[in-house]
Design a protein. Structure first.
Length: 196
């Protein structure tokens, strides 16, 4: 079987486990971006997000994670793995709080909100500031609200897909999404009022 970018995830996984490095590369390129964006919004740290993505893909490569294609899509499985890793990170942070790192805008991570070159400097600045406010407000949500908001609003997953990833029922997803949206809107409203 030849490797193409149109190959299914299951075909690529078979090829990867048969020793074809190109299959792993294709899977990585296909799923790394969404997984990194989720982890970044979930954790609020580029370094933590990169670590989560690396650990998820290493687990996939080594077979340690035990993905079963009959139980769902690979992307949803990887989101679930990233969520579990983020929950472990949250628990570690609660047990061992750290001092906040100094603000450093040039952390070497790709700018997820890169504006079009056609936009003027003021437009790009305002867009970046607005995106940063949303990220900051999102990071303040409790994790059980943050996960559904990120997965639904930013990754366009269905309630059923989110329920599978978060290991809860659909009613819980709906409830958490509604409460998460309300809390996010309230935080953003307070931020806007504080700016005026």
């Amino acid at each position: 079987m030849t490797l193409t970018t149109d190959s299914t995830d299951t075909e690529l996984l078979r090829q990867m486990h048969a020793g074809q490095a190109a299959a792993f590369t294709t899977l990585y390129r296909r799923h790394q971006g969404p997984l990194y964006r989720y982890a970044l919004l979930r954790c609020g740290s580029g370094d933590a997000a990169a670590d989560i993505v690396q650990e998820a893909f290493m687990g996939l490569l080594t077979g340690k994670l035990g993905y079963d294609p009959l139980r769902g899509q690979l992307q949803h499985f990887l989101f679930g793995v990233a969520r579990n890793l983020a929950l472990k990170l949250d628990a570690t942070r609660q047990r061992h709080p750290q001092l906040p790192a100094p603000a450093d805008d040039d952390d070497g991570e790709p700018d997820l909100d890169a504006a079009s070159e056609a936009d003027g400097p003021l437009t790009r600045l305002l867009n970046n500031e607005a995106a940063e406010e949303v990220r900051r407000a999102l990071s303040l949500l409790p994790p059980h609200y943050r996960d559904p908001v990120i997965l639904y609003e930013l990754h366009a997953l269905s309630y059923q897909e989110i329920a599978t990833i978060c290991q809860v029922d659909i009613g819980t997803v709906r409830s958490r999404l509604a409460r998460g949206r309300a809390a996010l809107a309230k935080r953003l409203r307070l931020t806007l009022e504080g700016m005026t």
